[in-house]
Ligand binder design. Structure first.
Ligand code: SME
Length: 135
């Protein structure tokens, strides 16, 4: 039976594995729902000011509200966007959904414009589904 400490290692391992394996993943992290808002969890990349994000706010908050993966090819064209780094060009946010409830999300930023395609979406959705099963 995995303890909370074991699961922390799993989350950390996932962000490190994604960051190391995929060169265009430049900020890779988890936001988890706590007290009705998104709270920054394990991540690899530059520190961010956005430690807490309201549902509906930014790309992360919109993905949580819609309960579906949100891909933004050009973050400069997205008005409801919370900038973490001026180097970020594109972003994908994949909610971790159990039943109808969003429990958290995987958020990846890339310095490459339009970096994310169907293969990123299916890989990250598979990881999210795997985590949802044990949450
Ligand atoms: N860009 C996100 C905020 C999180 S940072 O990318 C780490 C957003 O617009 O919600």
């Amino acid at each position: 039976i995995a303890t909370e400490n074991d699961m922390d290692k799993v989350y950390q391992g996932i962000v490190e594995m994604l960051d190391k394996s995929i060169p265009y993943y430049d900020w890779t992290g988890f936001y988890m729902i706590k007290g009705g808002e998104l709270v920054l969890g394990h991540y690899v990349g530059s520190p961010t000011d956005h430690v807490k994000i309201q549902i509906g706010q930014g790309i992360c908050g919109q993905a949580a509200e819609r309960k579906e993966t949100f891909v933004v090819d050009d973050v400069t064209k997205e008005s409801n966007y919370l900038a973490c780094s001026f180097e970020t060009a594109s972003e994908i946010v994949v909610p971790i959904i159990k039943g109808t409830e969003v429990l958290g999300e995987i958020d990846i930023d890339s310095h490459t414009p339009a970096a994310f395609d169907e293969s990123d979406k299916s890989l990250l959705e598979a990881i999210a589904a795997m985590l949802a099963e044990r949450l």
